[in-house]
Design a protein around this ligand. Structure first.
Ligand code: SAM
Length: 225
């Protein structure tokens, strides 16, 4: 039913580190959704790293992935995924594929995940990595996701992994989503807020501000130039 990650070159030590990471997320980072914790426990984060950083893959930290971009820290991935409240069968869009790690986590929760990446080098690296894991690379797209992915809209949820500045100018017309999880604000330290906007009717939205965060800039037509 769901895409299954292939048997992996995954050492005993790495499996232990992954279990410890899940325990940290559950006990110290407030992640309560057991499906999200199981997804984090299933995805070998070290395979999304540059070899130079691989030994650090199970720390709760962001790391460079090349092209001036980062893989988000696991607690951020887990928190954003929990906020998105993905149910099996729902249609999900991630904006900012980066390493592909968040995409792989989302694929553990529903079979219908799309992800769009602006940077061609990262797109290709992510595609190869996800193919190696046996995940559905047909869901990967190269392009400007700052206006969403209109050709495949609507989505039950959109998760944005780069900061567009203001929510109003961000990520897809409101008719294209049911839930939007997005970091907004300037890129000065401490100046971004994580938002969840939930559509409750044709013109009815609930907006929740969920604390400070720090993401790289969203580029493109509706992002930062
Ligand atoms: N989700 C990623 C992961 O799991 O590794 C981390 C994403 S990184 C923090 C943000 C990504 O957003 C970068 O790869 C960047 O190139 C991408 N990005 C920036 N602007 C974009 C745009 N307009 N459309 C699509 N991707 C964009």
């Amino acid at each position: 039913m769901f895409p299954v990650i292939q048997p992996l070159p995954d050492s005993y030590r790495q499996r232990g580190q992954r279990r410890a990471l899940v325990t940290l997320l559950r006990q110290q980072r407030g992640i309560r959704d057991e499906r999200v914790l199981a997804a984090i426990g299933a995805v070998p984060r070290h395979l999304f790293f540059e070899p130079a950083f691989e030994a650090h893959a199970y720390q709760d930290k962001a790391f460079p992935i090349g092209e001036g971009q980062t893989i988000s820290q696991p607690s951020t991935v887990a928190y954003q995924t929990q906020l998105l409240n993905v149910q099996a069968g729902q249609r999900i869009l991630e904006i900012g594929t980066g390493s592909g790690y968040q995409f792989a986590v989302l694929c553990q929760l529903t079979a219908n995940v799309q992800s769009i990446e602006f940077n061609a080098v990262l797109y290709e690296r992510g595609r190869q990595r996800l193919a190696f894991l046996g995940l559905p690379t047909a869901g990967l797209h190269l392009g400007d996701g700052s206006l969403g992915l209109p050709a495949l809209a609507p989505f039950d949820g959109i998760l944005v992994t780069a900061g567009p500045g203001a929510a109003a100018r961000a990520t897809a017309p409101a008719t294209h989503w049911g839930r939007l999880v997005v970091p907004v604000g300037s890129h000065d330290p401490g100046q971004q807020q994580l938002l969840r906007i939930t559509r409750e009717g044709p013109e009815a939205f609930v907006r929740e501000e969920l604390g400070d965060c720090r993401f790289v800039p969203l580029r493109g037509a509706a992002g930062w130039q």
